[in-house]
Design a protein around this ligand. Structure first.
Ligand SMILES: Cc1cc2nc3c(=O)[nH]c(=O)nc-3n(C[C@H](O)[C@H](O)[C@H](O)COP(=O)(O)O)c2cc1C
Length: 355
C-alpha cells in the first residue's frame, strides 16, 4: 500500500512559505486555539495550523484582549490567521493589524455557513457576490506584504455551485493558495464531501489547491491526494477524533509501521490537553474545551460512552482528571482487555452554529 503513496508530493508553496508536510489542520472555531494547535503539532506530521475565524471588526487591541483568538506562540509557525468580513476596507485594515501581530499568512473565510456569520454578509455569504469577494481579496493583498489564502465552500446551494468561478476569482485577485470544503452552505455538514469538486477546482487554477472534508484516516488522506491531484489536505474533525492522524499519514507515506495509540497514549493525551488548557485559561473554560474534545475523541474501548458522559457531567477539572485516570488505568494495567469497539462521535451541533 505504501508503495503507491511514496511518489506523492509532500509539500506546497504559499508564496515564499513552504508547507511541509502538505497535511494541515483545518481551522475550527471554538476548537483550534493555540493550546489545541500546539498539542497537535507536538504529535508530529502536521504541516501548518490556522487560527479560529476572527471577525475583522474585532481585530482591535481591546477586543483581542477579550477573545484571544489571535494568541499564538512562535513554535506554531508557519501560522495562518483567518479573518471573516464583508467590507473590503475594514478587512484590509484588520489584515494590517494581523500582519503586525506576526501572522505568516492571512486566510479569508468564505465558507462559514452559520446564519450569525452569513447574516452580516461574511463567510459563505460572499459566495453570492463574487465581484465583492474579488474586491475584498484585492484590498487585502494591497494592504499587506504577507501571502493571502482563501477558504471557501462549493457554493450557496446545489443550484448555485460556483467553486470553479470562486477559485478563479481568488487566483485573479492575487491569492497564493485556496482551500475548498466542497459542501454547500445550505448543506451544512450533511451528506458527504464531494472531492470531485476539489479535483475540478485544481484543474481550473495554477495556485495550490488544498482539499478539506471527511478525511478520517491516514489512508483517506493519501488516497485523496493521489486521486485528485490536489496540493495538500486539510483535516478538521478527523484530528479531534484521532490527534495522531498527521503522524500516521507521514508513516504510511514513508512505508513505516503506523503508530496505533494505546490506552496509555489516549489517557496521556486527554490529561496533557487538560494541563495545557489550565496553563492558559480559567477552569470553567478548560472544562468546556475538554468536554468538547471528548465528544469527538475516538476512545475505542469498552465503556467509552460512560467515560464521555462522566467527563461531560463533571463539575470541576479535578473531577474530569480522576474520571479519565480511573477509566483508562485498568486497560493500561491489563486488568481489562483493550478490545476495540466502534463508536460514533457526537454530532457537533455547536459547530453548525459556530462555523
Ligand atoms: C467545530 C468546527 C468549527 C469550524 N470552524 C471553522 C472556521 O473557523 N473557519 C473555517 O474556515 N472553517 C471552519 N470549519 C470547517 C472546517 O475547517 C472544515 O473545512 C470542515 O469541518 C470539513 O472538514 P472535516 O470533515 O475534516 O472536519 C469548522 C468546522 C467545525 C467542525
Amino acid at each position: 500500500m505504501s508503495q503507491q503513496f511514496q511518489h506523492l508530493p509532500d509539500s506546497y508553496q504559499i508564496s515564499h512559505i513552504t508547507v511541509r508536510p502538505n497535511i494541515v489542520l483545518a481551522p475550527m472555531a471554538g476548537v483550534t486555539d493555540s493550546v489545541f494547535r500546539r498539542l497537535l503539532l507536538s504529535l508530529g506530521g502536521l504541516g501548518m495550523v490556522t487560527t479560529e475565524m476572527t471577525n475583522a471588526a474585532s481585530v482591535t487591541p481591546k477586543a483581542m484582549q477579550r477573545h484571544r483568538l489571535l494568541d499564538y506562540l512562535p513554535e506554531e509557525r508557519p501560522i495562518a490567521m483567518q479573518l471573516s468580513g464583508n467590507e473590503p476596507d475594514l478587512v484590509a485594515h484588520a489584515a494590517r493589524q494581523v500582519e503586525a501581530l506576526g501572522a505568516d499568512i492571512i486566510d479569508i473565510n468564505c465558507g462559514c455557513p452559520s446564519p450569525k456569520v452569513t447574516g452580516g454578509g461574511h463567510g459563505s455569504a460572499l459566495l453570492k457576490d463574487l465581484p465583492k469577494l474579488g474586491r475584498m481579496l484585492r484590498a487585502v493583498r494591497e494592504a499587506v506584504s504577507i501571502p493571502i489564502t482563501l477558504k471557501f465552500r462549493a457554493g450557496w446551494d446545489d443550484d448555485s455551485l460556483n467553486y470553479v468561478d470562486t477559485a478563479r476569482v481568488a487566483e485573479d485577485a492575487g491569492v497564493s493558495a485556496i482551500a475548498l470544503h466542497p459542501r454547500t452552505k445550505v448543506q451544512g455538514y450533511a451528506g458527504s464531501a464531494d472531492w470531485t469538486r476539489i479535483a475540478q477546482a485544481k484543474q481550473a487554477v495554477s495556485i495550490p489547491v488544498i482539499g478539506s472534508g471527511d478525511v478520517k484516516s491516514a489512508e483517506d488522506a493519501l488516497q485523496r491526494l493521489a486521486e485528485t491531484g490536489v496540493d495538500g489536505i486539510m483535516i478538521g474533525r478527523g484530528a479531534m477524533a484521532n490527534p495522531w492522524i498527521f503522524r500516521q499519514i507521514s508513516q504510511l507515506r514513508a512505508g513505516e509501521t503506523i503508530f496505533e495509540p494505546q490506552p496509555a497514549d489516549k489517557q496521556w493525551l486527554l490529561l496533557r490537553y487538560l494541563d495545557m488548557l489550565l496553563e492558559t485559561m480559567p477552569e470553567h473554560q478548560a472544562m468546556g474545551k475538554l468536554k468538547q474534545l471528548i465528544g469527538q475523541f475516538y476512545v475505542g474501548l469498552p465503556g467509552a460512552a460512560t467515560l464521555r458522559r462522566d467527563v461531560q457531567h463533571a463539575k470541576a477539572t479535578i473531577e474530569q482528571r480522576v474520571i479519565i485516570e480511573r477509566y483508562f488505568d485498568p486497560f493500561i494495567s491489563g486488568r481489562l482487555a483493550a478490545t476495540a469497539e466502534a463508536e460514533q462521535p457526537e454530532v457537533m451541533e455547536d459547530a453548525l452554529v459556530e462555523s
